[in-house]
Write a protein that binds this ligand. Sequence first.
Ligand code: ATP
Length: 339
Amino acid sequence: MLQVCVIEADGIGHEVVPAAVRVLRVVAPDVEIQTAEAGWDTFKRLGTPLPDETLQMAKACGAVIFGAAASPSYPVDGYYVPIVRLRRELATYASLRPTRYLPVPTAREGVNLIVVRENTEDLYVQHEHTEDDGQTGISEKRITAVASERVARRAYELARRNGREKVTIVHKASVLVQSDGLFRRVALEIADHYPEIKTEEMLVDTAAYWLVKDPLRFDVILAPNMYGDILSDMAAAWGGGLGLAPSLNIGDGVAIAEPVHGCAPDIAGLGIANPTAMILSIAMLLRHHWLRPEVAFAIETAVRDVLYSGAYTRDIASVNAVSTEEFTNRVCDRVRELV
Ligand code: ATP
């Protein structure tokens, strides 16, 4: 029996997750849905952003649907970013973040790239402390050969299986010789095992420049955690915006579907959030984790068709926008015709 642990978390997580779960129920009624909680509101109530029961349920299910958690930009005693902890606890060592053209006016035609982001280390794991009575802040950037190797292998395997032609290894090894230098060296060693795939390397600032100037030059982008976080948001702009950008955190036999966007407090509760990113993240879960590519394809086709019909949420179109619910109704109706 397939099981999934559903965590709405905060903000528009309470809107896009139920919407996407409706789509999942249409295509995979056999999947048993468990619900759990995490995030800022949970922290305020229970004193922890990721209760033990949530973690245990996520581990037991092996598959998670996660909305988005709010995180203050100032230190709060006892608070940490729950999704970062969850990714580490579940050993989802790679984050797959595709940007593919969708028929909306805000997207760039022809774009089709995927960022494969290391997911367990680097500056992102919040190993931080202060010195000098709080006048100096220190964050540890730790890169290991083990983590670099497994994410590089995942990127090249994905390229091989999907007939992709090129992997761009992103780093700043010219300055961070020890940490990014190690990531670069290990990634290039893995690249040697995939001679049919073209490999290029690029400094992260150059990659940012080219992502803005010519996104069509990219195919697979392999990056350490922090650079991958930033570059995937940049790439999302070419896909039509954050409301359309899906992601899947994946390990060995475990996965977390999660939109690239955050909890969007500015629009939370208004019923206007775009559920596409969350819906497409579930399609990724179906394709890569539950190995049901035909069902994933049906969801992607339905989303594409609904967008093609001109049904846009407010992040895409300011006039005649449809609500989260109306958009989801149309996707569910179309998906029913396809499966
Ligand atoms: P967080 O701190 O959780 O990252 P944020 O507001 O800084 O929150 P996002 O939640 O990613 O970052 O939102 C950035 C902008 O994109 C906001 O203006 C938000 O309204 C918009 N946005 C993000 N996701 C969606 C969505 N699914 N539908 C519509 N607009 C969205």
